[in-house]
Design a protein around this ligand. Structure first.
Ligand SMILES: C[S@@+](CC[C@H](N)C(=O)[O-])C[C@H]1O[C@@H](n2cnc3c(N)ncnc32)[C@H](O)[C@@H]1O
Length: 238
């Protein structure tokens, strides 16, 4: 099995956009929720772990005035995203930067992206950090937002109990069967990953732990606008 960075998921980057929609139920809906939670007046938006640029694209489509600064540590994912953004004609409004967001949390002086972001967003990426680093990252995000800035994250969360873990697994399997998706076939396209920078394979925290971390990091209004079994969109405003 080919080695990939944690979060790249597939051995071949070109498999990501189709594969992620087969792996996860309601991927597009989940990203749309983040897009809708951002204020339409947002101009400067930071995305962490942009992957192939699917969330960036949704944001740029919906908000013609928005500029997205997108971080990812994988050159392969960034290149794929850049091509997609360019093909959509958004290259003037999108900047891809190769960087580890864990490193940004610990050493912000090493990354020249400034602060005063109106919004920060992320999907399916931050769960690769250990909890201590998740909190540090949230604190960094809070320090990098404007006064009424917001942060929204879509991530898998630790099931609330062993029974619910089984329920979530069964629901995902049932959904795949209904869609005619063969999870084993898709699974064969995955790459193997070990630790890379600050990320390693899934380091899930419970939704409750996420909400507590958000409050601790200074987010005064904390919310969960979407949850589907073990996937959730959560975040809030300063
Ligand atoms: C599963 S993909 C999700 C991509 C995209 N956000 C989406 O929803 O389609 C996770 C992305 O996070 C990136 N990633 C994981 N850990 C990272 C880190 N510590 N710093 C920067 N990027 C990271 C991976 O390279 C990958 O592109």
């Amino acid at each position: 099995m080919q080695n990939v960075f944690p979060g790249e998921v597939f051995a071949n980057t070109a498999d990501f956009d189709t594969g992620i929609r087969q792996f996860l139920p309601r991927y597009d809906e989940m990203l749309e929720v983040i897009t809708l939670c951002i204020s339409s007046t947002s101009r400067r938006i930071l995305e962490l772990g942009c992957g192939t640029g699917e969330l960036s694209l949704k944001i740029l489509n919906r908000y013609p005035e928005a500029q997205v600064i997108a971080l990812d540590y994988s050159p392969r994912m960034l290149e794929f995203a850049q091509d997609k953004i360019t093909a959509a004609g958004y290259q003037q409004r999108w900047t891809g930067i190769q960087a580890d967001f864990g490193d940004w949390a610990n050493n912000p002086e090493n990354l020249d992206i400034g602060s005063e972001f109106d919004a920060c967003v992320s999907s399916l990426a931050i769960h690769h950090l250990q909890d201590e680093m998740k909190l540090k990252l949230l604190e960094r995000i809070a320090a990098s937002l404007t006064q009424d800035g917001c942060f929204w994250n879509a991530d898998p969360t630790l099931p609330e109990s062993p029974t619910l873990a089984e329920v979530y697994k069964a629901a995902r399997k049932e959904w795949a069967v209904e869609q005619g998706i063969n999870l084993t076939e898709i699974g064969a396209k995955r790459g193997a990953s070990s630790t890379q920078g600050y990320s390693s394979q899934d380091q899930l925290a419970s939704l409750d732990a996420h909400l507590q971390m958000l409050s601790k990091a200074g987010f005064k209004t904390v919310a969960v606008p979407w949850k589907y079994y073990g996937l959730a969109v959560f975040g809030g405003w300063l």
